[in-house]
Every structure is written in structure tokens, then in C-alpha cells.
Design a protein around this ligand. Structure first.
Ligand code: ZN
Length: 237
């Protein structure tokens, strides 16, 4: 990682209000001098995630004053075109299923390439050369745009295209969901893991009325199952 001696290092975190991106945000706040957040509104169908992300930001600032002093503006970009392109369960009211290619039908081809490219453009204007995202090969190996090779190749293309070094940091790339809970505990103790349980949102169905020990969600969609299993494995140690 390049550490500038004169200009403080700033990171822009792709922040959805979910568990993974909240851990990434805590990771960035523990490492960088300044951190800003970016979210994308692409007609997700339910706006639960976008509401949760504001709650998480407020709760993080309240619980961690040292982090609050580093946390700059939150940015939300509308990407309506993405909703128009995709025929998926996230943007349309249909069941989440696994396709023959092993990918859930929530898969939006190349979505993370678009998100990171927008983030890089915004980051350029904001002076943030580090982009931080919760992409992970361990749990989502079916998503080709979450793979390390994909992302580091994109970082190279963005650096060339913007004539400035852009670094894509993925702290969760090689760890599973249990280790993600453990990372949260290391970064912010029980205050952070409780915040993640109460305020982050992962459920594909936008369910926030059913409370489980691992948080809110329908409990049966792939995202809930992953979160619940990870929590159970973390608890087992
Ligand atoms: Zn769910």
C-alpha cells in the first residue's frame, strides 16, 4: 500500500448498509486518515438497504467518536440504468433461485465493475485513491466480478484511464462469514458486532420484522442463510 507522507490517505468505501460493507467501513476507519462512503440507488425494489445505511452511519458515529472525526460525506448515486438492464430478483418482484450456471438469479452481470468505476470517478474528485469494497471469493465464488483477478485488473485499468494510482482494497476477499464477524469484533468489539446485528441489512427480500440472533431478515433467502451460518460458526469459535 502506498502511504503518502504529505497528503493524508483518503479512502472511499462502497457502503450498502449490509454486514460486509459495514465491516469494510470499520476496517477503513481504523486505517485511513479520512474516509467517505458511496452507495448506489438502482431501483432495488425495496429501499430498506438505503435506509439502513444512514442508520448504520449515525450509529457508528455515536458509538465510535474517533471514527466519527475521520468520517466525511456520504454520497448516493442513482444508477437507474442498471435496474433497466437487469432482469433480476433484486430489481423485480420474483423469487430468488439458483440458475443452471450456479449463479443466483440476483446476479447482475458486471455490477461491481460499474460500481467501482463510478466510485473511482467520484473518488478522483474527492481526492480518494483507495476504493474499499466487501467483495469476497470465499462465499460468492460464483460471482466473477467479485474475484480478486477481476478487481485488481480493474484497478490497473482505472489507474491508467485516470492517470492516477487507484487502489482497490478488499479486506474480506479471502475470509468466510464467520471470520467477517470475528474481524468486526477485533475492529470494534461487542459495540460493533451488536451494531451489525441490529442495524445492518443483508436479506434479499427486504424483511426487517423478523429478529434472529444474527439480526433481521426472512431467514430463508441465500443472503440470510449465509449470514445465519456465518454467525453460528463464529459463535462456535
Ligand atoms: Zn432473507
Amino acid at each position: 500500500m502506498t502511504v503518502h507522507t504529505t497528503v493524508p490517505a483518503k479512502a472511499l468505501v462502497l457502503f450498502s448498509g449490509g454486514q460486509d460493507s459495514t465491516v469494510c467501513l470499520a476496517w477503513a476507519l481504523s486505517r485511513f486518515d479520512a474516509v467517505e462512503t458511496i452507495g448506489f440507488d438502482y431501483g432495488q425494489g425495496h429501499h430498506v438497504e438505503l435506509e439502513c445505511r444512514l442508520t448504520v452511519l449515525d450509529q457508528l458515529k455515536a458509538a465510535f467518536p474517533d471514527w466519527a472525526s475521520k468520517l466525511g460525506p456520504d454520497h448516493v448515486l442513482a444508477l437507474n440504468a442498471l435496474g433497466a438492464i437487469s432482469e433480476t430478483a433484486l430489481t423485480r418482484d420474483q423469487e430468488i433461485e439458483m440458475g443452471e450456471n450456479g449463479l443466483p438469479n440476483t446476479f447482475v452481470p458486471g455490477r461491481n465493475l460499474l460500481f467501482l468505476t463510478y466510485a473511482a470517478a467520484l473518488g478522483y474528485r474527492r481526492g480518494a485513491s483507495h476504493l474499499v469494497g466487501g467483495m469476497c471469493e470465499t462465499d460468492f465464488s460464483g460471482y466473477p466480478d467479485c474475484r480478486n483477478d477481476t478487481l485488481q485488473t480493474l484497478a490497473k485499468a482505472l489507474s491508467l484511464g485516470m492517470d492516477r494510482e487507484i487502489m482497490i482494497e478488499t479486506p474480506l476477499m479471502w475470509i468466510d462469514k464467520a471470520a467477517t464477524w470475528a474481524m468486526a469484533e477485533t475492529l470494534g468489539g461487542a459495540a460493533l458486532t451488536q451494531l451489525i446485528i441490529e442495524d445492518t441489512h443483508t436479506c434479499y427480500r427486504g424483511e426487517r420484522t423478523k429478529r434472529h440472533e444474527w439480526g433481521y431478515g426472512c431467514g430463508t433467502c441465500p443472503a440470510c442463510e449465509l449470514r445465519a451460518n456465518g454467525y453460528a460458526n463464529w459463535q462456535k469459535g
